[in-house]
Every structure is written in structure tokens, then in C-alpha cells.
Design a protein around this ligand. Structure first.
Ligand SMILES: NC(=O)c1ccc[n+]([C@@H]2O[C@H](COP(=O)([O-])OP(=O)(O)OC[C@H]3O[C@@H](n4cnc5c(N)ncnc54)[C@H](O)[C@@H]3O)[C@@H](O)[C@H]2O)c1
Length: 368
């Protein structure tokens, strides 16, 4: 294989235009974008013209048939991720698939089988886990004598608050309504297969977990391991605000997430030892190269106390994610954000939804 990977991109929307294409251009010595696919002719031509990419396809199968493509980025709507990941693997391509990799455990297991049978790399795009500040924090956590508490917190305003004033995005607003409707129907079926027939608020909560919480829970798992169980989980604001308590035995991790109308990122992972608090703060991914910071508060004797804040490197989490993908593909290494790893998030989300349904049952039992 050539060391400069030739990339085909499926899905030319916001994240591809604002983040992935600039990142791939920055890493020009490692990647070349050779083909793109989108069901919107407008998005396809807008992106193709802007980035000088001639090979443009409405049908992803035509892109996958190209010998000139080594690996694909899958960045179209979530409902298609599983089928396209499997199709790409079967076509002999390595895959970087945006989160969520898929929507239910059956799809996840099918991807694991396809990856094993083809021997190709699948990397899930939970990029926060590639940030140098996060990796340094993970190392510091292993050096703690004990952990007493952890927190995973993610409250964000609408992405459009950041995107509109800072980026120009070609919108694929020429897609026939029947195509969008078919996508919504497919997604509903996939979610039904995951969590059954649940009230609308729990559907919203599950979508929230797939779309946002997987960043938090997967980083939490890398830092602390898989929790023993979900002690509590609840949803409010019609499924748009979620809380949970993950039980690690000696300590718990408090999880909270939601979306509101304030243009900011209030997103962190924090671990409390006896003498030291370690925290990683993330900012919006839509402005590239915003520093992800590591903060350490510590006291050795209960008197002398220090507080430091650092970002160990310039550079975007997405850049590090792509570098890792290149390394994994070229060296035949499994990705740490693998299909097996993503499966653990789906198990947590299923357990959280069950517990949210349980709360409703108690409510029902009270007869109110
Ligand atoms: N890692 C992150 O932080 C991050 C950030 C944003 C988005 N994402 C993920 O990236 C994906 C795309 O998000 P987005 O915000 O760019 O969405 P978007 O709606 O802006 O773009 C999706 C694009 O896919 C196209 N599309 C729809 N159906 C298609 C099909 N069948 N084949 C090919 N193209 C098709 C649409 O026309 C559109 O151009 C989502 O899965 C999202 O969860 C990840």
C-alpha cells in the first residue's frame, strides 16, 4: 500500500466541509482526497468545485468500486453508517466512520464480523479521545492513589450559533423529500431494534446519546474503564437533558448532558483523587485548533496548593484522529476507537434507556 492514503468521502455536509476537508489538506503528506459522494448534487458540486475534486458520485457504490480509493470517510446521516461501513469493508476499503458508528447492537456485531473477515481498519470518529490533553489526563489518572468521584459533563448550545458566523457551508437542500423521509423511517426502525417501542422523549434521549453522549462515555471509558452498572439515569426536557450515575464500585461518575440556547461549550471530564483533581475541558469542534485544556489542582500536604492549566500541544483533536487512522491503516493496527469499543457505548445507552423507562413505571405505579 502507498503511504499516502487515497480517501473517498461519503457525505459532504457540515462536518466534512468545516472540519474533515481542511484537516485532510493540512495532512497533505498523509492523505489525498480522490473522490466524493453525496445524494445532493448541489453539495457534491459545491464541495467538488471548491476543493478541486473531479470524481463525484451520487451513488456510494460507484465510489466504493474505485481502485483508486484506499479508505473512506463516512460522514453522512447516522442511519446509513452501518450499511455503508459494511459495504466499504466488503469493497476492500479501510473506514473512518463518524460517530455514531451504528444505532443498535445487531448492526454493531455485523460490522465487527465484516471487519474481522476483511482485515480492514474501522475507526470510529470519537476524536476527543485523540487529543493530547486527554491522553495526558488519562496518564495522570493512572497515577492517582485512589479515585473518589468523576464527572462527565456536556452542555452545549446549538452548533449553528458557532457555524453561521464562522463558516460558509454549501447546503444540500436539493434532496427530494422522499429521500429524507426514507432516511427518517430507516432510523426509526434502527432505533426500534435497539430500544423497542418507547415514548417519544426516550427516542430523543437515545438520539442524544448516539449523537453527543458517545463522545463523553467513550472518553470516560478510556480514562476509567467500563462502569460496573448504571445506578440511575433520567431524562427531562422531553429527552433533551439527560443525567446518569455510573457505578465504578469505589466511586461513581456523574454524567450530565443537554442542549440549550447559549452559544458556548460547557464540556469536561473531571476526576477527583484525594489530593488531586484532574480535568479536561473541550471547546467547540467547529472552530479548528481551539486548545483542549488539561487542568490539575493539587495539594501535597493540605497547605501548599497548586493549580495549573495547560494544553500540551497545538493541533486539533481531528488532526490527531486522522494521524492515528493513517498509522493504524499503514501498520495494520486496530484502532482504539474500534467497533468493539463502540459496542460498549451502545450497551451503556441501552441500560440508561431501560432505567429511564423504569422511572416511568414507578410514576405509573403511583397512579399519577
Ligand atoms: N465528530 C464530531 O464531533 C462530529 C461533528 C459533527 C457531525 N458529526 C457526524 O458526522 C455526520 C454528518 O454530520 P453533518 O453535521 O455533516 O451532517 P449534514 O446534514 O450537514 O451532512 C450530511 C451530508 O450527507 C448527505 N447525505 C445524505 N444522505 C446521503 C447518502 N445516502 N449518501 C451520501 N450522502 C448523503 C447530505 O446531503 C449532506 O450533505 C453525522 O453522523 C454526525 O453525527 C460528527
Amino acid at each position: 500500500m502507498v503511504s499516502r492514503l487515497r480517501i473517498g468521502i461519503i457525505g459532504c455536509g457540515e462536518v466534512t466541509q468545516i472540519i474533515h476537508l481542511p484537516t485532510l489538506r493540512q495532512l497533505n503528506e498523509l492523505f489525498e482526497v480522490v473522490a466524493i459522494c453525496d445524494v445532493s448534487q448541489k453539495a457534491l458540486d459545491g464541495v467538488g468545485d471548491e476543493w478541486g475534486i473531479g470524481a463525484r458520485f451520487i451513488d456510494f457504490a460507484e465510489l466504493l468500486a474505485l481502485d483508486s480509493v484506499d479508505a473512506v470517510l463516512i460522514a453522512n446521516p447516522n442511519a446509513y453508517h452501518a450499511a455503508m461501513t459494511i459495504a466499504a469493508l466488503r469493497a476492500g476499503k479501510h473506514v473512518l466512520v463518524e460517530k455514531p458508528m451504528c444505532l443498535n447492537l445487531a448492526e454493531n456485531d455485523a460490522i465487527i464480523v465484516a471487519a474481522e473477515e476483511t482485515g480492514k481498519t474501522v475507526q470510529v470518529g470519537t476524536m476527543r479521545r485523540y487529543a493530547p490533553a486527554f491522553l495526558e489526563a488519562c496518564q495522570l489518572v493512572t497515577e492517582l492513589d485512589e479515585i473518589r468521584l468523576a464527572k462527565a459533563h456536556d452542555i452545549i448550545g446549538r452548533n449553528s450559533y458557532v457555524i453561521e458566523p464562522t463558516s460558509r457551508v454549501v447546503r444540500g437542500d436539493d434532496i427530494p423529500e422522499s429521500v429524507s423521509e426514507a432516511m427518517r423511517q430507516l432510523e426509526a426502525e434502527q432505533i426500534f431494534a435497539a430500544i423497542g417501542d418507547v415514548p417519544h422523549a426516550l427516542m430523543t434521549a437515545y438520539r442524544m446519546m448516539l449523537g453527543l453522549s458517545t463522545h463523553d462515555t467513550s472518553a470516560m471509558r478510556e480514562m476509567l474503564g467500563m462502569p460496573k452498572r448504571v445506578l440511575h439515569a433520567s431524562q427531562r426536557a422531553k429527552g433533551r437533558f439527560l443525567t446518569a450515575t455510573f457505578d465504578y464500585g469505589d466511586f461513581v461518575c456523574l454524567f450530565s448532558t443537554g442542549g440549550d440556547n447559549i452559544p458556548r461549550y460547557d464540556t469536561y471530564l473531571e476526576v477527583y483523587g484525594a489530593n488531586c483533581v484532574i480535568r479536561v475541558d473541550y471547546d467547540t469542534p467547529y472552530v479548528r485548533n481551539m486548545p483542549i485544556t488539561l487542568s490539575v489542582l493539587e495539594s501535597s500536604d493540605g497547605v501548599y496548593t497548586s493549580r495549573s492549566q495547560r494544553h500540551p500541544a497545538w493541533g486539533d483533536a481531528f488532526t490527531e484522529e486522522w494521524r492515528a487512522f493513517h498509522h493504524n491503516v499503514i501498520n495494520g493496527k486496530p484502532s482504539k476507537t474500534s467497533p468493539q469499543d463502540f459496542r460498549q457505548d451502545l450497551v451503556l445507552f441501552r441500560d440508561m434507556i431501560q432505567m429511564m423507562g423504569g422511572a416511568r413505571t414507578i410514576h405509573d405505579r403511583c397512579g399519577s
